[in-house]
Design a protein around this ligand. Structure first.
Ligand SMILES: *Cc1c(COP(=O)(O)O)cnc(C)c1O
Length: 355
């Protein structure tokens, strides 16, 4: 059996003649730009922002391709990761007809995007150790399944998904397997981006929001076979990545050594937090982490959450999520931030009997 992407594309998208912007249509050399109704007198803001940006982010694409060792035509940039998630949904899922599969507890945007697009979200729960339930996934799949999401490392649990599980679903070759690797840089295991050569039904999402520290810039990346990328390019808003954002991405890549040093610090601080948390007898469980956060089980997460908030420390209360009873998700901060958290926990639990 071989994968047929064409069969998965919504007919409306397949038949679509995409919007051709001024900068799409003209590709030669020119000095006088009177084609796009821009303000030729420039902007009152400091930066040179009066021209529309490159719709295909060529400079950034080439630099990222070189850094990652992938082909530039296998890269798609989104306004955060949320944009590619939504575009995948709109390109491949017919409303009220097709379905996606997600694996709770996981990132909620997949389900939200599906709901907005009136696409069924078939939920197949992860096991209690947050690994995929492969037989249940295979049972859930049907002829209308278009996208299957693996979040690896998973949010909120922090663990990497077993590679063989992802491969097993990829090899079915009937739908697109999306591997969300927002946190992969914090893991020591390899990314799936080099597997796109082998699997035309694989889409790997990464982001500049976490390891690259550019959450405010909104820059998500999707790596996939060029046929998938072409479909996304066809339906994306023409200028989806601002010039400021493209430049921020370029600056980050140019300073990759600084980024790697910070990454190393985050990993050290993750170990520090783990070491300190283990010493607190009331801490019930610290889940293994391949990400820049820890999922930690406490005796009463709601009360502790309220206490920490009252002390000006905000963590994420995930205790209502499946398999996450009494769990808080704690982002690894700076040394100072982490020490303040640990101090507050120590203070809180020293008077625990009265709480
Ligand atoms: C943070 C995060 C993202 C990144 O989202 P952006 O829109 O790129 O900021 C993607 N997936 C998961 C699971 C995340 O936790």
């Amino acid at each position: 059996m071989s994968f047929n992407l064409d069969k998965l594309i919504r007919p409306s998208v397949k038949n679509l003649k995409p919007y051709a912007s001024a900068r799409h249509e003209f590709t030669g050399e020119a000095e006088v730009f009177l084609d796009a109704n821009e303000n030729s007198f420039g902007s009152p803001a400091d930066e040179v922002l009066h021209r529309y940006p490159d719709p295909y982010q060529t400079d950034l694409r080439l630099k990222l391709a070189e850094y990652k060792g992938v082909n530039p035509e296998n890269i798609f940039f989104g306004n955060g990761s949320d944009e590619p998630i939504d575009l995948l949904m709109r390109a491949f899922c017919r409303p009220e007809m097709d379905n996606i599969i997600t694996q709770p507890p996981t990132y909620s945007m997949y389900g939200i995007c599906a709901a907005v697009n009136e696409v069924e979200d078939k939920k197949v729960l992860l096991h209690a150790d947050f690994q995929p339930n492969v037989p249940a996934l295979k049972t859930a799949v049907n002829e209308n399944t278009r996208l299957l999401f693996f979040c690896s490392p998973n949010n909120p649990s922090g663990n990497l998904m077993k590679r063989e599980a992802i491969i097993e679903l990829l090899e079915m070759q009937k739908f697109i397997v999306v591997v969300d690797e927002a946190y992969i840089d914090f893991s020591d295991e390899p990314s799936f981006i080099h597997d796109i050569e082998k699997y035309p039904n694989l889409a790997v999402m990464q982001t500049f929001s976490k390891a690259w520290g550019l959450a405010a810039a909104r820059l998500g990346v999707l790596y996939a076979d060029k046929n998938i990328i072409q479909v996304l390019n066809k339906i994306k808003p023409p200028y989806n990545i601002s010039l400021n954002t493209q430049n921020s991405g370029l600056k980050a890549l140019a300073a990759k050594d600084v980024a790697l040093a910070k990454l190393q610090q985050i990993k050290e601080q993750r170990t520090f937090l783990q070491t300190e948390l283990v010493k607190i007898p009331q801490v019930k469980h610290i889940y293994p982490a391949d990400a820049n956060f820890l999922l930690v089980r406490f005796p009463d997460a709601d009360k502790l959450y309220a206490y920490l908030t009252s002390k000006g420390i905000v963590v994420r209360n995930r205790s209502k999520e499946i398999h996450c009873d009494n769990c808080l998700r704690i982002t690894v901060g700076t040394e100072d931030e982490n020490q303040r958290l640990i101090n507050e926990l120590a203070r809180y639990f020293s008077g625990f009997i009265n709480k």
